[in-house]
Design a protein around this ligand. Structure first.
Ligand SMILES: NC(=O)c1ccc[n+]([C@@H]2O[C@H](COP(=O)([O-])OP(=O)(O)OC[C@H]3O[C@@H](n4cnc5c(N)ncnc54)[C@H](OP(=O)(O)O)[C@@H]3O)[C@@H](O)[C@H]2O)c1
Length: 278
């Protein structure tokens, strides 16, 4: 998939390719857990890893990529500026450099502001810092996460480059058409986190019935739904057989069940939702 930064004037700059499917590594905190999961994922054909400073495993992501023997440019690495670090321009530069060091890499493919900085006064300088990281080539693309329509719209006042991605919770139980449209309106792609609603919904009886009709697993239905809706989709699993099961969802045709899957919408937020904060 192609991502780019739209200037407020409407032109596109810093065009970049992003794999539309990847492994999320949130809550992989046992020593070696993240390294093993990333190795299993790369072996299964994944080429995109989504981490964050707050997950405290950027070092294991970097180690696994090196250990796997795949070339750095064949793996897309997304990481995020921790919310408590999103307090000013200099802080962004400092923490981007720290993530580069932890990942042990020369560049980050996509760097996201993890959530709207809590102090609205910090939002413009933080984004200016992100733009500096982009211009320096420390990162190939920049974006945001958990930004709601109002946060995105106000970026037009201070951004030289609008975000390429907005990473938000998206799954069959939380489809967010208004937020998806607001993301597209600034020229960004939706990156769907918690495609399995953190595992809370894998046993949903209606999902199980749909999966039985399709001849696949419930998790595969939810993952393929996010993907087919055009989202960059990043399910997490530390379990090697589920890591394989999840990427195999890309081969499944769910088109005959799209209406029933859309009918699962129930505005269920599995984690946090800063998109509605002022
Ligand atoms: N930007 C943000 O604020 C934000 C917030 C949340 C998540 N994220 C990103 O999005 C990624 C994915 O979201 P998530 O980790 O919240 O949740 P998720 O991917 O929706 O669900 C992960 C849970 O589902 C289980 N699971 C995975 N595959 C399964 C399968 N095939 N069958 C049954 N259960 C399965 C996992 O357990 P096992 O590991 O035991 O398989 C884990 O408990 C994160 O890892 C992170 O990279 C970002």
């Amino acid at each position: 998939m192609r991502i780019s930064h739209t200037t407020p004037g409407g032109s596109e700059e810093y065009v970049h390719e992003i794999p539309q499917f990847g492994l999320g590594v949130f809550l992989m905190t046992d020593p070696g857990e993240c390294r093993k999961a990333v190795l299993a994922a790369l072996d299964a054909g994944y080429n995109h890893i989504d981490t964050a400073r707050v997950y405290t495993n950027e070092d294991e992501v970097g180690e696994a990529i090196k250990e796997s023997g795949v070339s750095r440019d064949s793996v897309f690495v997304t990481t995020k500026l921790r919310r408590t670090h999103a307090t000013g321009y200099d802080e962004v530069l400092e923490h981007c450099q720290k993530s580069l060091e932890l990942l042990d890499t020369d560049y980050i493919d996509l760097y996201l502001v993890h959530a709207p900085p809590e102090d609205p006064e910090h939002r413009a300088p933080v984004w200016k810092g992100m733009e500096y990281c982009l211009e320096q080539g420390w990162v190939k693309a920049i974006g945001v996460s958990n930004y709601g329509p109002a946060h995105l719209e106000s970026m037009r006042e201070y951004a030289s480059y609008l975000p390429s991605v907005n990473q938000v919770e998206f799954n069959p139980w939380l489809q967010r058409p208004h937020l998806v449209q607001a993301t597209k309106d600034v020229g960004a792609e939706v990156m769907a986190y918690s495609p399995l609603a953190r595992g809370h919904k894998v046993g949903d009886p209606k999902l199980v019935e749909i999966a039985e009709r399709l001849g696949c697993t419930p998790a595969q239905v939810a993952i393929k739904f996010c993907y087919d809706e055009g989202c960059i989709t990043i399910p997490k699993s530390s379990n090697p057989s589920r890591i394989v099961e999840n990427i195999k969802s890309l081969d499944i045709d769910i088109s005959s069940e799209m209406d029933s899957i859309k009918g699962l919408e129930c505005n269920y937020v599995s984690g946090w939702d800063p998109t509605t904060e002022p």
